[in-house]
Write a protein that binds this ligand. Structure first.
Ligand code: F3S
Ligand code: F3S
Length: 106
């Protein structure tokens, strides 16, 4: 799977959503999250993010591996696998440590 990391927090550019052929990038309160079971690793989202927030799971920078990688899994623990982000819409929640972050971006 691909993982969205810190540069997305409070930015939510959403250019990535347009690129995903399987609609597996879900909108949370402060960032977007890639569904680890629904992502088909096509990689189309990665180059379009203007703040370079998206990484292949094995290439997530070290400082974010222990936080943003698990966050992209944690976000879906209650949600399960809806099979499409557009029908779900914005979900007003975040992985716990992200909800607790001070305001980010810019
Ligand atoms: Fe976030 Fe970049 Fe997508 S800022 S919403 S990961 S285009
Ligand atoms: Fe979609 Fe990006 Fe995965 S475009 S299929 S979330 S690699």
């Amino acid at each position: 799977t691909y993982i969205i990391a810190e540069p997305c927090v409070d930015v939510l550019d959403k250019a990535c959503i347009e690129e995903c052929p399987v609609d597996c990038i879900y909108e949370g309160g402060r960032m977007l999250y890639i569904h680890p079971d629904e992502c088909v690793d096509c990689g189309a989202c990665e180059p379009v993010c203007p703040v370079e927030a998206i990484f292949y799971e094995d290439d997530v920078p070290k400082q974010w591996q222990g936080t943003y990688t698990p966050a992209n899994y944690e976000f879906f623990e209650e949600l399960g696998s809806p099979g499409g982000a557009s029908k779900v819409g914005k979900i007003e929640k975040d992985a716990a440590f992200i909800a607790a972050l001070p305001p980010m971006g810019e």
